[in-house]
Ligand binder design. Sequence first.
Ligand code: PEP
Length: 252
Amino acid sequence: MRKKIVAGNWKMNMDLAEGLKFAGSIEKYFKESPSEKVLVILCPPFIHLAGMADILKHGKVALGAQNCAAEASGAYTGEVSAWMIKSTGAQYVIIGHSERRSYYHEDDKLLNKKTLLAINSGLKVIFCCGEVLKEREAAQHFLIVRRQLEEGLFSLTAEQMDMIVIAYEPVWAIGTGLTASPDQAQEMHKYIRELVKEKYGNDCAKKLPILYGGSCKPSNAAEIFSKPDVDGGLIGGAALKKEDFTAIVEAI
Ligand code: PEP
């Protein structure tokens, strides 16, 4: 059985004190009501990582970054490498979020490089893919996601794929209040699993967690998560409110 996962992407929210306090309250919640069947991951800004690794050391909640550099080390002012992230105690990194693809022009080739660096540093990767509204309206969504996976991910070996979680995030649903219907999510997740099966075989496809992201909230999470190929969620806005985030975890 695939592990269920709910990951919270805090984006550029909360200063250090706010973030550590919030992480402490999430950790306390899951210490008191452990979610045995669900792996919970918090992905704060870089500055929170080391402090949060200490707060989350009981292992009830895992920790991830939202991005990493495309180089291993050196003269890259302002960048944070995968290895530095690993050294904080974090176990995951999000790569290919649509905000990185669109605002920072990160293309498939660059994301492939980041993914390999992250894996080689011992980090598991939450690899995001998804189409924009125009592409869905032009019925290009399968083609787009296929390209993102083939060019961003499919240079990995089957062994390296064990370090991957895929997040399908239709860009038109991120932060917009619009959500893919449970059937739309299932259709794309099934397609992604088939692509992975074609490339890596059935065993790899069967154990790969595929998360849905895009305006997931307590009121729609249970229905989306009930679909057979949806293994959990990558949560943005609702990850910033304890009641909403914990309710989404419980919806699984
Ligand atoms: C995200 O940014 O990954 C996301 C899913 O955001 P939201 O839940 O706010 O749509």
